[in-house]
Design a protein around this ligand. Structure first.
Ligand SMILES: C[S@@+](CC[C@H](N)C(=O)[O-])C[C@H]1O[C@@H](n2cnc3c(N)ncnc32)[C@H](O)[C@@H]1O
Length: 283
């Protein structure tokens, strides 16, 4: 099977961002570089800043875009104000964020993101920092784990799943976590498995905290009229963005405020099924 990541809603994103001719465009979650490549082609006269939190993905991106108008930075998008300062960049006229994880990360068993493959229970975007999911779960109480699964996974059986997780003393691999979920739920475990793995990934990477910081400091590096496109996959992150574009003194929602992938795209790209494209404009 070819390993790769199909960019979601490429035409809609390009049409939205191409309304201006910016000096600088930010791809805040460059991943496999699919959207970055499209942006660099669509904006041949602009500089593209590609930010990626995962060091191994960043290394591949640096190779892929070497000698082009794309500057790759291995960092979190939460650090964008510092990146703009240290790189001495002009204010951005367009930005894209494609939240969550890439198919490349999901399909690499050693990263521990998937319940479909056996691997160490890690789930960190940046394995050089923080602690793997296995250690984090061992250090949390049953109640804390249940709350995480309920809040970040929107899974109703959070309490029984958290109990089964705490009863599994080993909890070192993706299989150990998947077994605990299967023990706790009756019926088809596929949805609860996906929700629990998503919840734990969000916890391990502090994803909502990074997103909150991105939003609260986004006005520092965007110029008036800058268009922002954010692909969201989860109601919590989608709500944070919606409220920011609606209520912030620095941004407004575009009209329409969001778009969904076409049915044709959902059929060909399973990751597109839960995607929503949020659109905002810097005032
Ligand atoms: C859905 S993928 C992006 C795929 C990309 N648009 C493409 O076309 O290949 C999301 C990427 O964001 C990265 N990421 C997650 N949190 C991040 C953060 N706070 N800052 C920067 N990158 C982040 C992940 O490591 C992952 O590679």
């Amino acid at each position: 099977m070819e390993r790769g990541h199909l960019p979601i809603m490429p035409e809609e994103i390009l049409e939205y961002l191409c309304a201006s001719s910016p000096e600088l465009v930010v791809d805040g979650t460059s991943g496999g570089g699919g959207h970055t490549a499209l942006l660099s082609k669509a904006f041949p006269h602009s500089r593209i800043l590609a930010v990626e939190r995962d060091p191994s993905a960043s290394e591949a991106l640096s190779e892929k875009f070497s000698g082009t108008s794309v500057t790759v930075i291995n960092s979190s998008y939460a650090e964008l104000p510092e990146i703009f300062k240290t790189q001495n960049l002009p204010l951005a006229g367009g930005a894209l964020f494609d939240l969550g994880l890439s198919s490349i990360q999901l399909d690499t068993p050693e990263r521990g993101f998937s319940h479909r493959t056996s691997g160490p229970l890690d789930m960190r975007f940046d394995q050089s920092r923080g602690v793997p999911a296995s250690d984090m779960l061992r250090s949390r109480t049953e109640k804390q784990i249940a709350d995480i699964i309920f809040r970040y996974g929107e899974e109703g059986r959070s309490r029984s799943i958290a109990r089964a997780i705490k009863q599994n003393r080993k909890l070192a691999t993706t299989d150990d976590l998947a077994d605990a979920v299967r023990t706790a739920v009756r019926g088809n475990p596929v949805k609860p498995l996906a929700r629990v793995f998503q919840a734990i990934r969000i916890m391990v990477n502090d994803e909502l905290q990074h997103l909150e910081r991105l939003l609260s400091e986004m006005h520092y590096w965007t110029k008036p009229g800058c268009r922002i496109a954010v692909l969201t996959f989860h109601s919590l992150e989608d709500r944070l963005i919606k409220l920011h574009f609606r209520d912030s003194e620095y941004f407004r929602q575009f009209d329409p405020p969001w778009m969904l992938p076409t049915s044709a795209e959902k059929r060909t790209n399973s990751r597109a099924r839960s995607a929503r494209l949020r659109l905002g404009v810097r005032l």
